[in-house]
Design a protein around this ligand. Structure first.
Ligand SMILES: *Cc1c(COP(=O)(O)O)cnc(C)c1O
Length: 364
């Protein structure tokens, strides 16, 4: 098996037969010859050369993937995954702590489609099992979660799901395929927001799904109807970014570990959430299923400090709504982050997100 670094650099690269260039050429055409073509090439058909290059690289990076599909955002990948794999009458169990945009999508759109859902009481396999009923078709998990970095045991979850014939989805955005490969544990479909670490430079929006040929073919049909395809230019940019993913994540993992350890010792920090710390609730499981603990570190500043003033006083670190960039960025999930704004006050409290919580995305 090739090293992740090698896959990241080489896999999927389009040969430049015309000029001998090292990089994949950019083929921006959205219109293609119609006569004598083996297939009908069109952005929404997911068969542009630059779309395929990204899909092939991501498929190889998520070891165990048969096929992959690239989208215009993480939410395009998520919504297409949900609506292609679930139908009226089905029930899905969501792990507590999944991305708030995913939860919001389900709250806004499932009832009119006749799909039901439950959110587990806590982020563990036992409480997910409690939500399963006779109509349950699928389980949706995310590990580590954002912003509280909760870890769920993927192997245990999959063994339960398989015993009941349930389809499993995972959002692998926070971990990245460098740190965690859920398909190796038998998860059916891996989803990513490429807007985060995969893009990594804060200049591209995208999403990726990796899974079986069957799942990806189904999603391709739906994407063709829903339209969430990514243009060739962004695919080219994303491919450029993925070439350095392994080396970026290696550095980010080390920086995050160092920062988490130092924050853990800091007198004005009352709590640190990082799966790499031995004090983390599921450090052992994280160590087993992850090769690195990732770039997200959350912590609580002491009560006497105000989260807004704290953010204004930073010199280098940029308070920002997104994550996964080269720069270290942070925000207060409680206040106004794009993710938590959509939750009700009660949901925020239940989620464990306090006024003192700071979510940090560690850079290179
Ligand atoms: C950002 C994010 C998404 C959604 O991705 P978009 O590219 O913003 O649509 C999904 N899951 C997680 C964990 C994220 O951080």
């Amino acid at each position: 098996m090739q090293a992740k670094e090698t896959i990241a650099v080489h896999r999927g690269t389009i040969k430049d037969e015309m000029h001998g260039g090292i990089l994949s050429p950019l083929f921006p055409s959205s219109s293609h010859k119609h006569l004598d073509m083996a297939e009908d090439v069109y952005p929404r058909h997911a068969n542009l050369a630059n779309q395929r290059a990204v899909a092939e690289k991501m498929c190889a990076l998520e070891s165990g993937g048969e096929a992959a599909l690239v989208f215009s955002s993480g939410m395009a990948a998520f919504s297409t995954a949900m609506l292609s794999h679930l139908k009226s009458g089905d029930h899905i169990v969501l792990q507590n702590g999944v991305y708030s945009g995913a939860l919001k999508f389900i709250q806004n759109h499932f009832s009119k489609l006749g799909i039901t859902y439950s959110v587990s009481k806590s982020c563990d396999v036992e409480s997910i099992i409690k939500c399963v009923n006779s109509n349950t078709r699928a389980i949706y998990i995310e590990t580590p979660t954002n912003p509280l970095l909760k870890i769920i045991d993927i192997e245990l979850l999959v063994s339960f799901a398989k015993s009941k014939g349930l389809f499993t989805f995972i959002d692998n955005t926070v971990a990245t395929p460098i740190n965690q490969n859920p398909l190796e544990y038998g998860v059916d479909l891996v989803l990513h927001s490429a807007t985060k670490f995969l893009g990594g430079h804060g200049d591209v929006s995208g999403g990726v799904a990796v899974g079986s040929e069957e799942s990806i073919a189904l999603m391709t049909d739906y994407m063709n109807d829903f339209g969430g395809c990514l243009n060739a230019q962004s695919c080219h940019l994303l491919e450029r970014s993925l070439r350095t993913l392994a080396i970026r994540m290696d550095k980010i993992n080390r920086n995050a570990m160092e920062l988490a350890s130092r924050l853990n010792e800091h007198p004005n920090v009352t709590k640190v959430y990082y799966p790499g710390l031995p004090s983390h609730h599921n450090h052992k499981v994280a160590g087993e299923q992850m090769r690195g603990f990732g770039g997200m570190v959350s912590f609580e500043i002491a009560e006497r400090f105000d989260a807004t003033s704290f953010q204004r006083k930073l010199n280098l670190i940029i308070p920002s709504n997104s994550l996964g960039d080269l720069e270290t960025t942070l925000n207060s999930p409680y206040q106004a982050s794009s993710s938590f704004r959509s939750l009700s006050a009660e949901e925020q409290k239940k989620s464990g997100v306090t006024t003192q919580l700071i979510r940090m995305s560690v850079g290179i």
